[in-house]
Design a binder for this molecule. Structure first.
Ligand SMILES: Cc1ncc(COP(=O)(O)O)c(C=O)c1O
Length: 442
């Protein structure tokens, strides 16, 4: 029994009688947290508290859904005010126009907007739209990219033993789940990322059949792996040459890397882009944006996309308040997110160097991950599978809990900075990491 977290332990024992693995997503249970998942009771700013009253500096931020931190006063106010007027009408509302107009101003190429609730739903709708628009059945997805839990996307999404991956010219398709529709494996063309020749080859082999190239613009589900210089522009060119759409899944990078996401940061124009997580600042709000000619395919009688909860008034009130905060003072928020993220990466790398730990902190601006590896950088899924010691990272993250620092214990995920994080928080975290590494075993 861990006495420090005994209340969490009791809750977990009670939870498993009612909830599979004690929760509502496997990532919250023993697969990541071992035999004693922490139960979180409240959050404020950059901190969260568990059921035993232990305080943690939170770098997970609900997997990136909280760009302003926990319980930001503007978000709380917006939610309360919206709730007082009714939470959901499942009818057209004015606030829907306001948020859509704001997204059109912020996001390059966002001529039209469609709201959904989760990243998974947004990408599902975008892929259906791409198939409907092009009349083609297949799409290209990259090894190690996660786009949600829908059948078509759960192919080669999670880290695997490197021996099972096959030749990079013809990756073995690996279903990440039982129960997938068999067509998912046939119609999802899997290709290594950061390798334009591989994409070109796949487009040639499947000539006339690829509706879309679907990519995370920064890999955020295999640690954090930025695109090689010119890679996203290369995807754009190849998609155009082959009559396929380019869909950038900005579920993680949206409202984090830049006001207009990676399209703005890297200067690349997608045909469609998908957003979730940070958009709703803690409420389930997602969006598909893109060229009018394509997006108008969602009109009645065309490509169907429904949702009772789409564009809930309460969710959009939170989104509007959050987007306003992020855009105040000419984008000072993004400067802060980048500064804190980069300071954390630098501080962690100093700590690894000084303690002789074979690990790197790797990221881009507000997104980062600690990777236990002998390599100087990890640049794709196969390198991650071959050279990253995930078990060591998990031990580090679990040991950091005891120092009051909360990072996701999954090496494949990542940490994010928020507006609530400070330079003191960076120092606190780096000191905690030094202490854990000093205790040995890494
Ligand atoms: C890049 C990416 N796309 C889509 C999703 C799915 O989003 P959601 O969990 O909101 O369904 C995720 C979730 O982590 C993601 O990282």
């Amino acid at each position: 029994m861990h006495s420090r977290t005994s209340r969490s332990r009791q809750l977990f024992e009670r939870a498993v009688a009612s909830l599979v693995e004690g929760g509502s997503s496997p990532s919250r249970g023993p697969a990541n947290y071992g035999d004693n998942p922490l139960f979180i009771e409240r959050g404020a700013g950059a901190h969260i508290w568990d059921a035993d009253g232990n305080k943690y500096l939170d770098w997970m931020m609900a997997y990136g859904a909280l760009p302003l931190g926990h319980a930001h006063p503007r978000i709380v106010e917006a939610i309360v005010e919206a709730a007082q007027g009714g939470t959901l009408f499942a009818a057209a509302t004015g606030i829907e126009i306001e948020v859509a107009e704001m997204l059109r101003r912020m996001i390059p190429g966002a001529e039209r907007v469609r709201f959904a609730n989760t990243g998974t739903e947004a990408v599902m709708a975008a892929i259906r739209l791409a198939r409907g628009f092009t009349g083609r059945p297949k799409f290209i997805k990259f090894e190690g990219h996660y786009h949600g839990w829908y059948d078509d996307f759960l192919v080669n999404a999670h880290p695997q033993p490197v021996a099972s991956l096959g030749h990079p010219h013809d990756p073995v398709k690996i279903a990440d789940s039982s129960g997938l529709n068999r067509r998912a494996l046939e119609d999802t063309v899997v290709v290594p990322w950061n390798d334009l020749q591989a994409v070109e080859r796949a487009l040639e082999i499947n000539r006339g059949q690829i509706a879309a190239i679907l990519s995370e613009p920064v890999m955020a589900n295999m640690g954090v792996i930025p695109p090689a210089p010119g890679y996203l522009a290369g995807l754009r060119r190849l998609a155009t040459e082959h009559g396929a759409l380019l869909i950038l899944d900005e579920t993680v990078t949206g409202f984090r890397i830049a006001p207009g996401g990676c399209q703005q940061h890297f200067g690349v124009a997608a045909d469609l882009a998908t957003f979730g997580k940070a958009l709703g600042s803690g409420l389930p709000v997602a969006a598909i944006t893109g060229r009018a000619e394509i997006m108008d395919g969602f009109a009645w009688g065309g490509v169907l996309h429904y949702g009772t909860q789409n564009a809930s008034r309460i969710g959009l009130a939170a989104a509007l308040a959050s987007l306003r905060e992020l855009q105040r003072d000419s984008g000072a928020a993004f400067t802060h997110l980048w500064r804190i993220g980069e300071q954390l990466v630098a501080g962690l790398n100093d700590a690894f160097r000084e303690t002789g730990t074979r690990a790197i902190a790797q990221g881009i601006g507000p997104m980062l991950q600690v990777l236990f590896t002998d390599r100087r950088a990890i640049s794709d899924y196969r390198e991650f599978c071959a050279y990253v010691d995930r078990g060591k990272y998990r031990r580090l993250a679990l040991a950091l809990f005891e120092q009051g620092v909360y990072m996701s214990p999954s090496a494949a995920l990542h940490s994010v900075s928020s507006l609530a994080h400070t330079e003191d928080d960076v120092r606190f975290t780096v000191d905690a990491v030094r202490k854990v590494l000093g205790d040995g075993g890494f």
